[in-house]
Design a binder for this molecule. Structure first.
Ligand SMILES: C[C@H](O)[C@H](O)[C@H]1CNC2=NC(N)=NC(=O)C2=N1
Length: 106
């Protein structure tokens, strides 16, 4: 992605975040960032999920802050380039939701 990311304005942010909040994402108190904890059946599934997300992150040139412990993956999304949430975070979060559903159904 070549264009510089722009920080979302409050109104736009609410509209774009609503569906993600319904999926369990939350806005952090301390940062302009969103966060969600994922839990899978085992490490194999968690890692498969991470591999799927990594493909999207690479393609979008937009990367999650994440940690993995066994079957859990904690993800924080924010845009370092604009020091806050941008449309790139929303797009990545949508792909993350798809990956989580695919892996859980397998
Ligand atoms: C040079 C490269 O495009 C930038 O550093 C990208 C890479 N991945 C990124 N990921 C995230 N989360 N925020 C960024 O601002 C960002 N910038």
């Amino acid at each position: 992605m070549s264009q510089r990311a722009e920080r979302l304005q409050e109104e736009e942010k609410r509209d774009l975040l609503d569906p993600l909040m319904a999926e369990g994402w939350s806005v952090m108190d301390t940062r302009d960032a969103i966060h969600k904890k994922f839990k899978f059946k085992d490490f194999k599934k968690a890692f498969k999920f991470m591999q799927g997300v990594a493909v999207h992150a690479d393609r979008l040139d937009h990367h999650p802050e994440w940690t993995n412990v066994y079957n859990k993956v904690d993800i924080t999304l924010t845009t370092h380039d604009c020091d806050g949430l941008s449309k790139r975070d929303i797009e990545l979060a949508r792909h993350i939701e798809e990956e989580a559903k695919n892996v859980s159904q397998q």
